[in-house]
Design a protein around this ligand. Sequence first.
Ligand code: FMN
Length: 131
Amino acid sequence: MRRIIYTSRPLTEANLAELDAIVAESIARNTKVGITGMLWSDGANFAQVIEGDHDEVGATMDRIRSDPRHTDIEVVLDRAVVSRQFGNWAMRRADDGEASTPSTTFLLGFALGERTASAKRLYEIIIATER
Ligand SMILES: Cc1cc2nc3c(=O)[nH]c(=O)nc-3n(C[C@H](O)[C@H](O)[C@H](O)COP(=O)(O)O)c2cc1C
């Protein structure tokens, strides 16, 4: 199992309709290849967690990287893990109802535990909307 967390900046308007379209497209593909995770956005940034089989996560990340809807993709974490954090979600908007608390808690907890510049940026992005 592998987990990737990245941040990026939308190049299209990241409103609710656009986010739901991305999530719907992601669910369709992720279901076929056993990818799970969540997508967070404040409209000006994305943060996404994708997890699953090592090679499938890599192939999915390659597609996401070349997507013209966002830029400045910065991988915050890419590591082997033994279990999923978002096992029931083929992809889900992080602010979608009861998803909100576990999603934000996960991202914040992770960002606080890391000392890297990209984790600090993730923390600042998440905290900016929590005030
Ligand atoms: C922020 C963001 C998150 C995305 N997340 C996923 C994802 O989890 N899984 C996925 O298959 N595609 C995801 N996509 C869509 C892919 O970038 C790509 O458009 C899609 O997989 C189709 O790829 P293809 O045109 O090469 O077939 C995401 C796109 C964006 C902009």
